[in-house]
Design a binder for this molecule. Structure first.
Ligand SMILES: NC(=O)c1ccc[n+]([C@@H]2O[C@H](COP(=O)([O-])OP(=O)(O)OC[C@H]3O[C@@H](n4cnc5c(N)ncnc54)[C@H](O)[C@@H]3O)[C@@H](O)[C@H]2O)c1
Length: 353
């Protein structure tokens, strides 16, 4: 049996990855380490929580002793590290918590892995996989090129600076101590179970409730969108087949101006709600642009496609339709999160946050 530690498994992408790994690899034991911050929600994992190869442990990645104890108790062979503070707007208000979780948290996991694995004599069949973002590469010109694995890091927000720093630490542990690592940098994800502070679930929820849709600046910033289950598949593939020490970019060549994406969201949501076409257009509200707002992200994932044969499984139109339907059919989940009831529930069941 392989013991795989997935951090941040109660979050958006982490919960999709945990579900995939628990179902696909009954011989693996999947240990989900998550602090259950405001972004963590075990309701994302209801369908796998009772599987015999799944374990949840509430822990802070920054607590080196606690993380080391988990390595010892569960004989961890592989790590897939997703736990992070992940919202750019929050990083602008509170950069320190991003440095703490994303930098110190990654460092303590690396240190725990090194101590546990080097103590065993060698690193055979061990792997530390770090999940990162395309935002570390900075911003692209409109109509310019793409981020490749060779693009120099140029982060602009405290979030992307903290992720860039964590990537550097992962590479440093590979180069200095020989720790077997892999890194992937992915574009913006969308899909079910995303915390509704992020654009797509926030806007679907606001359209449902006829609330304003706040658009930064003129809505001209461009993001490259990938369906979250395609990201999880790519992580699984890289974890098993990628080259140790390598970096892989993950993206679907799917660029959208924010305002165009919002119009698609309005159209699909109104249709599925049985509203007249354009009924919710009036909700669009232009607001002051985000400080240091990157203009364009676009990922070149040719390496992942050519070396490992990965391609996204869904066209964007199909993915958006599926996503809007999911939020409409799971309004109980949305209400549980937007009302804050989930925080009280986890405080009661898992102690203080
Ligand atoms: N969402 C995206 O579009 C995107 C794109 C590329 C890369 N990423 C990266 O993927 C990872 C997951 O992103 P997400 O969108 O699922 O994030 P998320 O905010 O939905 O989930 C983060 C999870 O980490 C947990 N966590 C936070 N601090 C912790 C700590 N100190 N100790 C243990 N657990 C802690 C939270 O409880 C939560 O469950 C992040 O590393 C992010 O940088 C995200």
């Amino acid at each position: 049996m392989k013991n795989i530690l997935i951090t941040g498994g109660a979050g958006f992408i982490g919960s999709h990855l945990v579900r995939l790994m628990v179902n696909k690899y009954p011989d693996y034991r999947i240990i989900n380490l998550d602090l259950l911050t405001y972004a963590g929600n075990l309701a994302n994992l209801k369908d796998v929580e009772n599987k015999p190869n799944y374990v949840f442990v509430k822990e802070d990645v920054c607590n080196l002793e606690g993380v080391q104890a988990i390595f010892d108790e569960y004989k961890i062979d592989g790590v897939i590290h997703l736990a992070a503070e992940s919202h750019v707007d929050r990083s602008i208000k509170d950069p320190f918590s991003f440095a703490r979780t994303n930098v110190i948290g990654t460092l303590s996991l690396l240190q725990a892995a090194k101590t546990a694995w080097a103590g065993g004599g060698d690193y055979t069949d061990k792997l530390f996989y770090h999940v990162s973002t395309d935002e570390v590469y900075g911003s692209l010109e409109l109509g310019g090129g793409f981020f490749t694995e060779q693009t120099k890091y140029a982060p602009h927000s405290p979030y992307s600076a903290s992720k860039a720093s964590s990537d550097h630490f992962v590479r440093a542990f590979h180069d200095t101590y020989g720790l077997p690592v892999k890194i992937s940098n992915c574009s913006n994800n969308y899909g079910s179970y995303q915390f509704p502070e992020k654009l797509i679930p926030l806007f679907i929820n606001n359209i449902i409730h006829n609330k304003p849709l706040p658009v930064y600046g003129k809505g001209e910033n461009i993001r490259d969108w990938l369906f979250v289950e395609d990201h999880a598949q790519a992580i699984d593939l890289i974890f098993h087949k990628g080259k140790v020490g390598d970096t892989y970019n993950i993206g679907g060549f799917n660029e959208w101006r924010n305002i165009d994406l919002i119009k698609v969201l309005i159209k699909v949501t109104d249709r599925l709600l049985g509203r007249k076409e354009g009924a919710s257009d009036k909700l669009i509200t232009y607001v002051t642009d985000r400080a240091g707002h990157d203009m364009r992200y676009a990922i070149d994932s040719t390496k992942l496609h050519e070396e490992l044969g990965w391609s996204p499984s869904l066209q964007f139109e199909e993915g958006i339709e599926k996503t809007v339907k999911w939020y409409l059919e799971n309004q109980e989940w949305l209400d549980f999160v937007t009302s804050g009831a989930y925080m009280e529930y986890y405080e009661e069941h898992y102690g203080n946050r």
